[in-house]
Design a binder for this molecule. Structure first.
Ligand code: 5U1
Length: 677
């Protein structure tokens, strides 16, 4: 065995501490401290040392988080203290009855309020983690509450689970309980990877978390971005005396290195529990993970003891469930919609179902591949999932319920609107109508996009009115908008002379625009707002863009071969050029951009974030201004953010910026800053 040089031993301990500290900051506190590249360098060096001196390797080494050899099976674990489940309250009345029962058992006076801890109920998998002398020695599933499975190798791979506890006063034996869950972004990511590989996808983040923990090969678990929040203690033996309240116990767990949900709150009395429920229900869609309800716990641990248990659940806690985010319903039909770029999207028509707080009767099926992947037939019972801000999804088919008369879904060969052939480019999932602007559906969508706020911003020209104008044959393309006359449209439904004139005035007012907005308004595939800005900044005039070949277009930062191809393709099409010319002849105009000013763009290379309310200038104006000055405007704060502008009501983005030491200014300071440039 090679002698371990003292220097190497010291370096090893330092690396371990540094990596564990970083893991804690990054995965528990959400506050990155060192760049990824530095983390990777430390990890490589640690592994190098472990390879050379394997006797140094300890169970709390961060290298142990990558997973090890696959197990033949999971062994069983008996819980010394059973893992309880929770009773549910399905209404305010049931919650109030829970509070009354507690008051009666504790002989409280009618006006005496009980102190409760309110916690979001994370939708994942319950876990027990056993620590001896501060080291993680066992992770187990709940199982039936008495006997679970040993998933130690898998839990070691979860970065927010401490392998070694930090801080003071750690009891020699500590069993922590909590929830392992998969944030929504991680769920989307692993499902996207499964689709790319032709594997089965998970129906929801909970199933994905459970499936990831059930892996005998812990390397697979390590590849899933699971997280864990602690919510109680099963055993606490020796060391300091236990805290007196549940909240203080959670605080202590936080100090020892566990992630504690940030929305945990102590309240007085059941009415406050109800307001907390309402607040969290409002917030539910914006959370980055699924929660399925709220857990209320009596805060005082001595009172918890007095209250005790019934069967498998404590008397001192209850879960109030939120409306389900998944429901079963029937697929009645599939219709095919044609989008602005001709993309044909199958849309599921469903028997209406209340899910995630709204009634859902349609869901997108994305494309033909998605229908094939789901194995969907008309008449099937399907699981609809609506979680977060996302549009409702058909998550799975319930095959056992397939009726004998279920029919296969046939993708159309011709456009349902204009009958032109449908084409699918090899390697692309999307099938498209080949009719171009000849297709009524495509021209309607193109006009809606052209008129939209971020494009030509034609006030009063909403989607419904565009449909009506096209259906009545008053316009065929965007160029016709500028030829409209008030007397031609005054007779339309709910129009009248005054509204007709207002619309004509708004159309006229939209004529003077910017090159960037005009490019965006044209609806060229893959050319969004930001690409419109980039093109305008780099070419200065429309003529220069029309004349640019693919190579020239690709010389521009952020323009790859696909975008370049679509731009070129658009301006090669004589119909499109005719529309562009007609628009210019009608008076659509902009000031050419001074491209020589490019190098002096003072904010080039910077990333700004706008958060909170803007009271003096609009957020859109602020964004335009920053982009003109060369800055990127991002939606979230990260270590790469240069500057944050925070108005009243700024929340988590401001907190994150402060924790990362990113400079923050308010709107007045921002305007003063712009004036100085
Ligand atoms: N937040 C939270 N979830 N949850 C689940 N607390 C909590 N407590 C539980 C369960 C099953 O059980 C208690 C009895 C400790």
């Amino acid at each position: 065995m090679a002698q371990i040089p003292e220097q190497v031993g010291k370096e090893y301990d330092q690396l371990k501490d540094e990596l564990n500290r970083h893991n804690y900051s990054y995965y528990v506190l959400d506050e990155p401290t060192i760049p990824d590249s530095e983390y990777d360098r430390c990890m490589r060096r640690l592994q190098e040392i472990e390879q050379q001196y394997p006797e140094l390797l300890s169970p709390d080494s961060p290298s142990q988080r990558v997973g090890g050899a696959a197990l033949p099976s999971f062994s069983q674990v008996t819980h010394d203290v059973p893992m309880l489940s929770l009773d549910n309250a399905f209404s305010e009345e049931e919650l109030e009855a829970f509070d009354r029962r507690i008051g009666e058992r504790l002989n409280l006076k009618a006006d005496q309020k009980i102190e409760y801890v309110c916690e979001p109920k994370l939708d994942g998998v319950a876990v027990s983690l056993l620590y001896r002398d501060g080291l993680l020695v066992r992770g187990a599933t709940r199982g039936d509450g008495k006997v679970g499975e040993d998933i130690t190798a898998n839990v070691r791979t979860i970065k927010s689970i401490p392998l070694k506890l930090r801080g003071e006063g750690i009891p020699p034996l500590l069993e922590v309980r909590g929830e392992i869950y998969l944030p929504r972004a991680g769920f989307e990511k692993i499902n996207a990877a499964a689709i790319a590989q032709g594997d089965k996808v998970f129906v929801n983040p909970r199933n994905a978390a459970a499936g990831s923990l059930r892996q005998l090969d812990s390397k697979i678990t390590a590849s899933r971005p699971l997280e864990m929040c602690a919510y109680s203690v099963g055993q606490f033996q020796g060391g300091l005396s236990e805290p007196d309240s549940h909240r203080n116990m959670l605080k202590l767990l936080g100090e020892w290195g566990f992630k504690i949900n940030r929305y945990v709150e102590v309240v007085q009395g059941i009415a406050a529990c109800e307001s907390y429920y309402e607040q969290m229900q409002q917030r539910r869609d914006q959370l980055p993970y699924d929660i399925d309800g709220i857990v209320y716990k009596v805060n005082n641990l001595a009172l918890q003891q007095r209250l005790g248990f019934v069967a498998k659940a404590p008397r001192w806690a209850i879960a109030r469930k939120f409306p389900a985010q998944e429901e079963i319903t029937q697929l009645l039909d599939v219709e095919f919609q044609v989008g602005r770029t001709g993309a044909i999207t199958p849309v599921a028509r469903l028997a209406p179902v209340f899910v995630g707080g709204v009634t859902v009767s349609n869901a997108t099926l994305h494309n033909g591949d998605e229908i094939a992947r789901l194995g969907l037939c008309i008449g099937d019972s399907v699981i609809i999932r609506r979680a977060g801000d996302v549009i409702p999804q058909v998550a799975a088919v319930v095959l056992e319920k397939r009726p004998p008369d279920a029919r296969p879904i046939v993708f159309p060969e011709n456009c349902p609107v204009c009958q032109s052939p449908v084409r699918r480019v090899e390697g692309e999932a999307v099938a498209r109508c080949s009719g171009g602007l000849f297709c009524g559906a495509q021209s309607k969508e193109a006009i809606k996009h052209f008129a939209s706020r971020k494009a030509m911003d034609i006030d009063g020209l909403g989607d419904k009115l565009v449909e009506l104008l096209v259906d009545k044959g008053l316009i065929y393309s965007v160029a016709d908008l500028y030829e409209l006359r008030a007397d031609k449209i005054a007779d339309l439904e709910r129009m009248g002379e005054k509204s007709a004139q207002n619309l004509i005035d708004s159309i006229a007012a939209s004529k003077h625009t910017t090159l960037a907005k005009f490019l965006f308004a044209l609806g060229i595939r893959e050319v969004g707002e930001a690409t419109g800005q980039t093109l305008a900044r780099n070419f200065g005039s429309l003529e220069a863009i029309i004349d640019a070949d693919i190579d020239r277009l690709q010389e521009v930062d952020d323009i790859g071969p696909v975008v370049a191809y679509h731009i070129r393709d658009f301006f090669r099409n004589p119909d499109n050029l005719a529309i562009v010319n007609a628009l210019r002849e009608s008076g659509v105009s902009w000031d050419d951009v001074d491209i020589s000013a490019q190098d002096s763009q003072p904010l080039k290379g910077q990333t700004w974030v706008l958060t909170g309310t803007m009271e003096i200038m609009s957020r859109a104006e602020a964004k335009d201004k920053l982009q003109e000055l060369g800055a990127k405007v991002a939606g979230s704060v990260s270590a790469k953010t240069t500057q944050v502008v925070a108005g009243p009501g700024a929340g988590s983005k401001l907190t994150k910026a402060q924790s990362l030491d990113i400079p923050v200014m308010d709107e007045e300071q921002f305007i003063a800053f712009l004036n100085r440039l």
